[in-house]
Design a protein around this ligand. Structure first.
Ligand code: HEC
Ligand code: HEC
Length: 355
């Protein structure tokens, strides 16, 4: 007896023809479901599932609320500035400016606006790692006079008054009385949903395409010179390093140049900054915590001979005798740039721009 016959035997109430039709349509249905799933996940080749967040598990309604909040200018004092004013989807959630002046006071900020993606795996935030989780981050931009200048006691009251918000909070958290803590949780859920693993690099890793010989040559150079800090698959080690931008660290402007040293107060951390991911760099210029380089070739010129010596500079950039460690010929630079192109996830941008 074939499997098919068993199915027929076990469905005595259905006529033989009916059950065959049923089986036929059922198989077509499964096929369509499978195609649809493949379509949804085509641009995502996750290296691992994002770590679960017990205190703030993500739900569809929570992410939807977080998205609405992230894009709402009602979160600022003058109702003119949203998180997305500076974190714009078309720039992988950065803003293309050296020092953003898009905030409340229109005064340039001290640091460049970083891109936001794959934050679910990240365990410290800001260039100096001064914030430990996404739930505790929003008060900084919300209250800062140069960003959103919003009084936090007023914020929940303001949203509660607008009939648009309470039902969204009800859907997400089962209660429609709005608190700052729920606002921060929803924002965190949305930001954790910004996941980008749909670059050509990822398709190649999954075996769907092959990298060209030029790209592979660039990858080999990358592995030797860059990957120890910009570690695949995130293209960051989530650590702090001094990559040789400055030789002195002045305490001016709220100790901003001290980088990690500003948080730990340790001299050996001065001038160290969080390694940024190199994914999506085509959308995130200018570069570094202060946006000092406008192009990737400027960045490469920095690494090849332009880096400055200081006590805390990484030995992978300049050794203790002051010798530059990264050397690239013109052809090697070209190959490296070709490889770096494979890290840009155009589908991520299109998706979050609403296409
Ligand atoms: C006026 C521009 C501006 C606005 C508005 C703004 N940000 Fe930012 N954001 C920045 C800048 C600049 C930094 C870098 C701060 C630093 O490194 O010290 C940053 C950093 C971040 C980071 C850290 C990313 C990382 O990888 O370390 C997150 C997350 C973030 N912002 C989320 C938000 C949220 C949520 C809102 C709205 C509540 C918001 N931002 C509003 C400019 C802005
Ligand atoms: C010793 C660790 C280290 C090595 C090795 C290293 N980097 Fe970096 N890289 C960093 C750190 C740290 C930053 C951030 C510095 C800052 O924000 O001021 C950075 C920033 C960058 C940026 C700017 C990204 C952005 O969004 O602002 C690019 C591009 C970059 N590196 C490319 C490379 C390339 C290409 C190589 C190899 C030739 C390389 N890096 C080697 C640590 C390193």
């Amino acid at each position: 007896m074939t499997r098919h016959d068993i199915f027929l035997e076990e469905s005595p109430k259905l006529g033989k023809h009916t059950s065959r039709y049923f089986l036929f349509f059922f198989i077509i249905f499964l096929f369509l479901v499978a195609c649809n799933e493949a379509e949804k996940t085509k641009h995502l080749f996750l290296p691992s599932q994002p770590p679960l967040n017990d205190k703030n598990p993500s739900t569809e309604a929570g992410i939807a609320l977080g998205k609405a909040l992230f894009f709402s200018s009602e979160l600022s004092q003058n109702k003119a500035i949203a998180c997305a004013t500076c974190h714009q989807p078309s720039s992988a959630f950065s803003d293309g400016l050296k020092h953003s002046n898009l905030g409340h006071s229109q005064k340039p900020l001290l640091r460049h606006t970083p891109a936001l993606f794959n934050l679910a795996w990240q365990h410290s935030f800001f260039a100096d790692g001064g914030v430990k989780n996404l739930e505790s981050l929003p008060p900084a931009p919300l209250q800062h006079p140069d960003e959103m200048a919003q009084n936090l006691t007023e914020l929940p009251k303001k949203l509660q008054k607008n009939p648009y918000w309470p039902s969204l909070f009800y859907d997400a958290f089962g209660k429609d009385s709005i608190t700052n803590s729920l606002i921060f949780k929803a924002l965190a859920q949305y930001q954790r949903s910004l996941i980008s693993f749909g670059a050509r690099y990822d398709s190649a890793l999954a075996g769907f395409v092959s990298l060209t010989s030029e790209e592979l040559a660039g990858q080999a150079i990358f592995e030797r010179q860059c990957a120890s800090c910009h570690k695949p698959p995130f293209f960051t080690d989530f650590g702090f390093h001094n990559n040789g931008l400055d030789s002195i660290y002045s305490p001016d402007n709220e100790y901003i140049k001290w980088g990690r040293g500003r948080i730990t107060n340790q001299p050996e951390d001065q001038g160290k900054f969080k390694t940024p991911s190199l994914r999506n760099w085509a959308f995130t210029a200018p570069y570094m915590h202060d946006g000092r380089f406008e192009s990737l070739s400027e960045v490469l010129s920095h690494y090849v001979g332009g880096a400055k010596f200081s006590k805390t500079v990484s030995e992978r950039i300049i050794n203790r005798n002051g010798k530059h460690q990264i050397k690239l010929s013109i052809t090697e630079k070209q190959a490296l740039l070709c490889f770096l192109q494979t890290l840009n996830d155009h589908a991520f941008i299109k998706f979050h721009c609403g296409e």
